[in-house]
Design a protein around this ligand. Structure first.
Ligand code: PXP
Length: 238
């Protein structure tokens, strides 16, 4: 069964929308853990539009499950990761104007910067994952960087028609199989929700699923603990 990484960024989005101190993503992380989250994921963006430095540091000290820090490959973020020491880092592409992470990393295009970041972080015992498109060539490029894990971008899978979704699922399965064969732990995330998660969770060797927006959206209606528990159950049954 794949692990569920609950991304709590959008709890912080609501807080930042009004500049209040609530809702606190740290409290949300506690509830997500009670609901069965196997991991808590946060994305510290360069513009601090949702998660802020204080959240990352507090979460590091209170979490009882592993912490996955998503971040851009920049000197500032690498310095923060080395100080905070999350259980893992996922390097993602980041554009200021985007609404959310669009597309995977161009690993070959940025190979030297990514390799340097991965080398420094992994030498500090922080395993690294690269957020990439579900393509064999992207897995090969990841191998060159030395990263121990990949996260396949499921954004396209979550957006296309039902017919195209079958093709996309095949693409993710093949990339997953290939990563596993090459000794890289495969994860997936982006756009996964209560309707589309099961086929992705059922892919052989899938290690972690990182899910945020759909869980936080459901939590508004049914509460976070229940929203996490329902997602865990869908993954368990797939
Ligand atoms: N994985 C990565 C690398 C992401 O950047 C995001 C979005 O921050 C997610 C997973 C979660 O995506 P969603 O909020 O659509 O579930």
């Amino acid at each position: 069964m794949a692990n569920l990484g609950v991304n709590i960024d959008h709890v912080a989005t609501i807080r930042q929308a009004r500049g209040t101190q609530y809702p606190d993503p740290v409290e949300a992380a506690v509830l997500a853990q009670l609901g069965g989250a196997d991991q808590i994921t946060v994305h510290l963006r360069e513009d601090r539009r949702h998660i802020i430095d204080r959240d990352v540091r507090l979460l590091r000290s209170i979490l009882q499950v592993p912490m996955n820090l998503e971040m851009a490959c920049t000197p500032e973020m690498i310095r923060i990761a080395l100080e905070v020491k999350p259980d893992m880092v996922t390097l993602v592409p980041e554009k200021r104007e985007e609404r959310t992470t669009e597309g995977g990393l161009d690993v070959l295009g940025q190979l030297s910067a990514l390799t340097e970041a991965v080398t420094v972080l992994q030498a500090a015992h922080i395993p690294c994952s690269l957020f990439i498109e579900p393509e064999i060539s992207a897995v090969d490029a990841t191998l060159k960087s030395g990263a121990q894990m990949v996260e396949f971008h499921t954004g396209r899978y979550s957006e296309v028609s039902a017919a195209e979704q079958i093709q996309e699922l095949k693409r993710i399965s093949l990339a997953c199989e290939y990563a596993h064969l090459k000794g890289i732990s495969p994860h997936a995330g982006h756009g996964l929700n209560y309707r589309n998660v099961a086929p992705v969770a059922a892919i052989a060797h899938m290690q972690d699923l990182n899910i945020g927006h759909s869980i936080v959206a459901r939590a508004v209606l049914v509460g976070l603990e229940r929203a996490v528990r329902e997602m865990k159950e869908l993954i368990r049954l797939s």
